[in-house]
Design a protein around this ligand. Structure first.
Ligand SMILES: Cc1cc2nc3c(=O)[nH]c(=O)nc-3n(C[C@H](O)[C@H](O)[C@H](O)COP(=O)(O)O)c2cc1C
Length: 273
């Protein structure tokens, strides 16, 4: 069985698909159309490059059919200035409206998250969505329990000098952990994912970048992540197992804030070799 389906009337035998195949399993032989080399099917990454790169629409793939690969719309391409402003204007949002996030919108954002690259195209990232404010508040409370446990042993931890402020704010009724967000997204990957934390991070980055046009804002929940790594009660509450060692949480909601300027960052250190 071969995974490639070639329309010989459309195929120009230009070899573009073979040259672009990441696993080099497509060959053109004896002026014939492209074929997967014997035994090559099992190495196919199912990335869809062969279908996407053919200018003639001559190739389909059994698992990535041509008709499911939507054509790129030139009119929607962005130029360099648009890309720079789009990426530079992404902001961590820490102040949310008291308004639930629609399930349909979250689903759309997760759909976008799945187009982030994954090592070997494994696509093993899974998503858990919390949308009950009370439950999210309880999770933040458990992070505070973890923080207070640390502070009992070391009132001024040098590696996390902000911890006393976070705990103090909580006691005064302010949630500096999850910022009273109406939504919390947890992206995870199982141990089979060879670069699971990178996959998870990229998927969440895609989601984060896509959120503003949908009227939403996000913030990486680093404190919760810290607690998830070592605090047994929170691990139990979130149903975490050793089989899923890669994960990261992200707050999400309708931003209260709006930004008018693009602050400068540190100059990058570059070693030109
Ligand atoms: C891995 C990671 C963890 C973070 N954890 C938190 C957090 O727990 N709470 C928070 O308010 N911001 C958190 N942030 C947001 C950073 O503080 C923020 O990205 C940085 O200050 C730059 O601001 P900007 O994202 O608006 O550009 C985190 C960011 C990253 C990448």
């Amino acid at each position: 069985m071969t995974l490639l389906i070639v329309d010989n009337e459309k195929c120009k035998k230009d070899g573009i698909c073979a040259a672009d195949c990441p696993m080099a399993i497509i060959k053109l032989e004896n002026k014939e159309g492209p074929k997967i080399v014997p035994g090559g099917d099992e190495f196919c990454l199912r990335c869809g490059h062969c279908v996407a790169v053919c200018p003639h629409g001559a190739l389909s793939h059994k698992e990535i059919p041509l008709e499911n690969c939507v054509p790129l719309k030139k009119a929607l391409s962005i130029d360099a200035d648009q890309a720079i402003q789009f990426l530079r204007s992404r902001r961590s949002i820490r102040s949310f409206k008291d308004k639930p996030v629609e399930k349909g919108t979250l689903k759309q954002l997760i759909e976008i998250g799945r187009y982030a690259p994954t090592a070997s195209n494994s696509q093993l990232v899974t998503w858990t969505v919390f949308s009950d404010k009370k439950q999210i508040h309880d999770i933040a409370g458990m992070v505070i329990d973890w923080v207070k446990g640390i502070l009992e042993k070391d009132p001024q931890p040098a590696y996390a000098p902000y911890m006393p402020i976070i705990a103090g704010a909580w006691d005064m009724g302010f949630d500096a952990v999850l910022r009273s967000a109406p939504g919390l997204i947890l992206a995870s990957a199982p141990k089979e994912a060879s670069n699971g934390l990178v996959d998870v991070t990229l998927a969440l980055s895609y989601l984060e970048l896509a959120a503003p046009p949908f009227g939403l804002g996000t913030c990486w929940a680093g404190l919760l992540y810290g607690a998830m790594r070592s605090h047994a009660p929170i691990r139990e509450m979130l149903g975490m197992t050793d089989n899923v060692p890669f994960y990261y949480p992200m707050m999400i909601g309708h931003p209260k804030t709006r930004y008018y300027r693009l602050p400068e960052r540190k100059t990058p250190k570059i070693l030109w070799k």
